[in-house]
Every structure is written in C-alpha cells, then in structure tokens.
Design a protein around this ligand. Structure first.
Ligand code: AFP
Length: 323
C-alpha cells in the first residue's frame, strides 16, 4: 500500500464522516512527508561551519516548508483558502473553475520552532481545518479537525477529530508514524488521552515571570511541588510531551516587558483542539475561558496560553485569576 492509501485506510477506520475532510488530512500527511525530506536535507550553518548572520538559509527552509504545504493542499483539490505564518494572508488555493462546495480552509504553521533547528532539536508543523471559505472571524471550536506533525527521530502526525467529524461516537486523538523509508503511515498511538493530574511542566516565555508576579508565583509553586521540567522551546515537542506521557502542563504567558508570541490561528487554536479532544483543558491570559472560544479577529492575533491536565490548568487559573 502507498502512503496515501495507508493514511486513507486509517482515517476510514476512525470513521471520518466527510470524504473531503479525509482527503484534506491525507494531503497534510503528504505535505508533512515532503517537509521530512526538506529537514533531512537541511544543512545547518553550525554543521556546514559557515556563518550567516541574516539567517538566509533558515529563512529558505521556512519558505520551502510553507511551499510544501501549499503544494500539497492545492494537489488535494479540497481546500479553498489557506493562510500560514509564512504567508499571512487568506490565499485562494482552490482548483480553477470549481464551485468550492464542500471545501475547507486551513490555518497553518509550516515549521514551528525554526529558531531551535540549528541545535537539531525536534520541530513541528501545525494545522487547523475549518469548513467553508475563510479563517477570519472563526473560533477554534469551529474547526472540523486539527493536526500537528512532529519531526524528531521519527515523523509522527497527531490528528484530532471532534465528535461532529466522525462516527466514532466521541472526540478522538490518535497518532500515526511515517515508516523509516517514508512509504507508509502506521498507527502508533491509538487513543491519546490526558489525565487530570500530571506534575510535569513546560513553562514558556519564562522571562515574563520576572515582571509578572502571578506567573512568578505559579512557577515557584510548581518548583516547590517538585514538578519535572520538560521544555525545548518548540511548542510542538513541548505539548506533544503531554500527549506522549498523558499528563503535564504547558504555559506561555506575557508580561509588560515580554509579550507572548503564540498566534491564535496558526498555533493556539489547532493545538488547543487536540488538547481538549484528548480530555485536557485549555485557557489563556485574557480571562479563564477556553482558547477554542476566542475569535480569530485578525490573522496575527497572539495569545498567552495554558494547556494540559485539568488540575494543572485549574491551578493556573487560581494563580492568574484567583478562581
Ligand atoms: P520559533 O518558530 O521562532 O522558534 O518560535 C517557536 C515558538 O513560537 C513556540 O514553538 C515556542 O513554544 C515558543 O516560541 C518559545 O517561546 P520562548 O522562547 O519565549 O519560551
């Protein structure tokens, strides 16, 4: 069986209702396969022993990864609009002359963690899928599916299907892994769930704790309670650690002097859907609601967040909002 056939079969087993949505996910898998190749062939400045102050080489990689996803979604023939962190405009990707009935829109970050790539750390792609035309003025809760790809020693794709998109009977999150020769996808985690409690923390934008007293108190609490630190500086591996261990908490919080940089459309909403479909909770820094209820009122909207085990997110709310 081919890569496309294996992922199609897996998604059929997870009872994806809509044939076009199934195809959309399969082609995001194809784009992720292309990025795996790009990363394998990327020679970092460190490795090449060359200097590139402007980061041109790295910029190229970001653009190449962006192009890989745009190519894949155009090939799928089921997307009408896409916007990405690299191409931050609603871009028409629909096949020419099609009436676009039953098409989808995509918000994505092709290469999250590009600043840690020269250290050969794991990086990722993040995808949020909406029905219809456009990603503006939507909420994360309206997504029909989301996915992240983790490029590490293995390439894995973690897919969230909310119950409205599957006949599976409930929200489901699962993981597929690309075989070493890149020819097939195999299910590697059948049901990803997040337990209520987990003393593992990934405190992003930690510099904010210097002038955000509430964040500082929360971090001190976690340290005094002997939480285990697992942090790489890449949101995909850092949140993925929660999926792999079924527990933990990830934060990225602002202060006056250090604003959080995660984008609602490209990073927060898609990752938030996976976390909530796996039984975890999400919240943010504006108030104590879910990130999935925040409106994407502009493409670049940024939001400090907390994701993970429900009891840990409850602690975040207690320290940040006093409830
Ligand atoms: P880059 O893509 O520029 O490396 O940024 C990655 C990221 O947006 C996200 O993946 C991390 O969680 C976050 O930055 C790390 O931020 P801090 O360095 O402020 O903790």
């Amino acid at each position: 069986m081919t890569r496309i056939e294996t992922l199609t079969k897996i998604l059929e087993d997870y009872k994806v209702k809509d044939a076009n949505l199934l195809k959309a996910l399969v082609y995001l898998g194809e784009g992720s396969h292309k990025i795996t190749h790009l990363l394998e062939n990327y020679i970092s400045h460190t490795y090449a022993g060359t200097q590139n102050q402007s980061g041109d080489e790295q910029l190229h990689l970001d653009i190449d990864c962006d192009n890989a996803i745009f190519e894949a979604i155009r090939e799928s023939g089921v997307f009408s609009i896409a916007a990405s962190e690299e191409t931050p405009v609603e871009t028409d990707v629909s096949p020419e002359g099609d009436d676009q009935e039953g098409f989808f829109s995509l918000g994505f970050d092709p290469l999250d963690g590009s600043s840690i790539i020269d250290a050969n750390f794991s990086v990722g792609s993040i995808f949020g899928i909406w029905e219809g035309k456009g990603v503006l003025n939507r909420t994360g809760r309206e997504q029909v599916a989301s996915a992240v790809t983790l490029y590490g020693p293995r390439t894995t794709l973690c897919i969230a299907l909310p119950s409205k998109s599957t006949d599976y009977g409930k929200d489901v999150v699962f993981e597929v892994t690309l075989t070493k020769d890149g020819s097939m996808w195999e299910v590697s985690r059948d049901q990803i769930t997040i337990k209520a409690e987990g003393k593992v923390f990934a405190p992003g934008n930690l510099r904010a704790s210097n002038d955000n007293e509430k964040y500082n108190a929360l971090i001190k609490h976690w340290i005094s309670e002997r939480y285990t630190l697992r942090y790489t500086g890449g949101m995909v591996p850092d949140v993925y650690h929660i999926f792999a261990k079924s527990k933990g908490v990830f934060t990225n919080v602002s202060s006056e002097k250090a604003k959080a940089k995660l984008r609602l459309l490209y990073e927060v909403a898609p990752m938030g859907l996976i976390v909530e479909c796996a039984g975890g909770l999400t919240t943010h820094e504006a108030h104590d609601g879910s990130v999935l209820d925040e409106k994407i009122d502009h493409l670049d909207r940024r939001l400090g967040v907390c994701f993970g085990s429900s009891e840990e997110v409850a602690l975040y709310k207690k320290f940040m909002f006093g409830n």
